[in-house]
Design a protein around this ligand. Sequence first.
Ligand code: NAP
Length: 438
Amino acid sequence: MSPLRVAVVGSGPAGFYAAGALLSADVPVQVDMFERLPTPWGLVRLGVAPDHPKLKTVSKAFERIAERPGFRFLGNVKVGRDVSPEDLARLFDAVVYAVGAQTDRRLGIPGEDLPGSWPATEFVAWYNGHPDYQGLHFDLNVERAIVIGVGNVALDVARMLALTPEELGPTDTADAAIAAIGGASIKEIVVVGRRGPAQAAFTTPELAELGDLAGADVIVDAADLEGAESTDTNSERNLEVLREFATRKPSGKPKRVVLKFFRSPVAILGEGRVESVELVRNVLDEDHRAVPTEELSMLSCGLVFRSVGYRGVALPGVPFDERAGVIANEGGRVAPGVYAAGWIKRGPTGVIGTNKKDATETVELLLEDLRDAPRKGATADDVDALLDERGVPRVVYDGWLAIDEAERSAGDPLGRPRVKLCTWDALLAAAEGLHSAT
Ligand code: NAP
């Protein structure tokens, strides 16, 4: 039988793990991976904090998948603009949507959109050099920044704001962000959790890192820890670290990262831009949900980062569960021939490795449905013909390798893993081999 031809939409961890599982199937499979950016790896390139280079080394596994026979990368092709889900359904035996969660959850409070109040996701995209976010202007010349939420993204944002130029220098943080963070006048970063320390979503290694920052003291109020009871191993370890933080005396480092619990923002206030956040004190009910009290307080600040989770975006023509913010699916099956993997399947939770099991489950269902099904008979040439007809210039894997080489060779003399190309023009020029590394 001719190969099963599968379109994987999205080139982050879920997309690559799906491609890897497909290319290891017991029938021949060809994978065309569609990616709207000229670069692969999704949040591994554009989400993982630049001072966590070890987490980024997972890209080596993705490189090995990309080198396997039957794999094609079609970057700079946006599904929903350049090709439709209907085109993919016609040209492929199956489609796996692994598009991640492309927007942020909202707080739904007054003042959320005041200048100076940002979704953490945009700040993360900006400091990681995402070409769609380089036009944003983060004014970091404020005394205090408040980060709402106590997940790992909140800690990434707090930590990035607290890094010294020496800590940022050897990373692949976008140059504009290195300059802005290095020159910022922020003295205090307050991270605010609506529930207690035992309910915090961050993981212990990420929490512990806050205790080792060269330029910032970490501050935890012991009163927030009184009576805290762990709910699982992560929470138990978090509490140990937080208790140790609470015993520390500030050593006079230039910045402070303050962790506050049991407080929800009720309004973001300011004349024309953020000047303060009004917080309400919460207690926990028996199900550990936050219940507001009457106790209100104000915390002045010049910046707010709302870090309360990502949210999936619907693709036209693909069934979507609005409440959960995911493609409607069961175990990854949307309908025979249409599948989902990663955050757009299960929601924005888990670490990079979680996507391996997730994508494998999806691919098992796909093979169960289609292993022996008649093939549609369209070929890679048919896909190319459609893209040519529509005038869609794509960045194939060699184009990405040219970008990669340009970035790495620019980083090499500076002792940095890479200097990221942060504009569409620079990325596309490098993909064409037109970018000079000097
Ligand atoms: P997350 O882990 O789901 O954390 C979201 C936080 O926002 C929680 O503390 C949540 O509190 C809070 N929140 C939600 N709605 C709120 C509201 N209305 N008001 C106040 N607080 C609210 O999400 P994330 O930080 O965006 O991370 C996404 C995923 O990526 C996670 O699985 C994370 O572990 C992973 N990640 C991992 C790393 C790493 O391994 N280094 C780095 C970054 C991200 P409640 O618990 O009360 O809902």
